[in-house]
Ligand binder design. Structure first.
Ligand SMILES: Nc1ncnc2c1ncn2[C@@H]1O[C@H](COP(=O)(O)OP(=O)(O)OP(=O)(O)O)[C@@H](O)[C@H]1O
Ligand SMILES: [Mg+2]
Length: 256
């Protein structure tokens, strides 16, 4: 399919005796929001790590726009247009909102924090500051630009992390449990925000999330894994009515 953005083919990721991802395949097309759900320990974050170059897959291939990116380093994968956020917030807590986003612009240019900080000429520096300002204005965080990241309300910290990922101008954005720890209002706002940035930044979105209301509301399609293996794939309504998914996951009465 020529509008395929991400193609994961027979991906396996093994840690010693643990097969965290087991012969998993999936496709994401341009402009889609696709969710990956499954119980704790199902292998979701490991799949992200294999896509973003954190781990070298034990077997299988990852293609971006038809090009094999398996085994590239994380910085090389960022340059090709994949950005991500992490399950646990990884902001520079002692930097301001502005500095967090500016640093991401720097890293995009050089992928090296030292040269990013010291080797830029004044012209480049000015342009990156302008890009940072424009991005913060576009996502309505400009008023908070001088706040320390650590002093923001939790929901805003999570948003800032997404905005920082946007600074690398990704075509594909990977979000690992962006609603974790958010209250219902923040979760609702996050859903709107994800849909909005998808259209404004021309993004394709791959999201891991346990908040089922959010997943069902924003996803075009959903993949479900258990013990590293796919147990279902489909549109939200199909997933909600899939007996295997209900047995494995949705029917458990647990917080999802
Ligand atoms: N670096 C590692 N070394 C060894 N085992 C690992 C490593 N990373 C993940 N695992 C194991 O792989 C399995 C899948 O973990 P993973 O973090 O991908 O699950 P998850 O679906 O993201 O779960 P959660 O919803 O709790 O975040 C788990 O059994 C985990 O202990
Ligand atoms: Mg995880």
């Amino acid at each position: 399919m020529n509008n395929n953005v991400l193609h994961i083919e027979n991906l396996t990721m093994q840690f010693g005796g643990v097969v965290a991802v087991d012969n998993f395949s999936m496709d994401i097309n341009k402009g889609e929001i696709v969710a990956l759900i499954g119980p704790n320990g199902a292998g979701k974050t490991t799949a992200f790590n294999a896509v973003t170059g954190v781990y070298m897959p034990t077997a299988g291939r990852v293609l971006l726009n038809g090009e094999n990116i398996t085994g590239l380093r994380p910085d090389q994968i960022t340059l090709r247009g994949i950005a991500r956020t992490f399950q646990n917030i990884r902001l520079f807590s002692s930097m301001t909102v502005f500095e967090n986003v500016l640093t991401a612009h720097h890293l995009r240019r050089t992928s090296n924090l030292f040269s990013a900080t010291f080797r830029l000429n004044a012209h480049e520096e000015k342009r990156m500051r302008e890009d940072t300002e424009a991005l913060l204005k576009q996502v309505d965080l400009y008023d908070l630009k001088d706040e320390m990241a650590v002093s923001l309300p939790y929901g805003k910290q999570r948003l800032l992390e997404i905005v920082r990922a946007l600074a690398s101008r990704p075509q594909l954005l990977l979000l690992d449990e962006p609603a974790a720890g958010m209250n219902p209002q923040e979760t609702d706002d996050l859903g709107e925000f994800i849909k909005r940035i998808r259209s404004e930044f021309d993004l394709t979105v791959f999201i891991i999330e346990h908040h089922m209301n959010l997943v069902m509301k924003i996803s075009d399609r959903i993949y479900v894994i258990e013990f590293g293996k796919q147990i279902a794939e489909g549109v939200p309504e199909e997933i909600q009515n899939n007996q295997d998914v209900i047995d494995a996951y949705l029917g458990g009465g647990d917080e999802l």
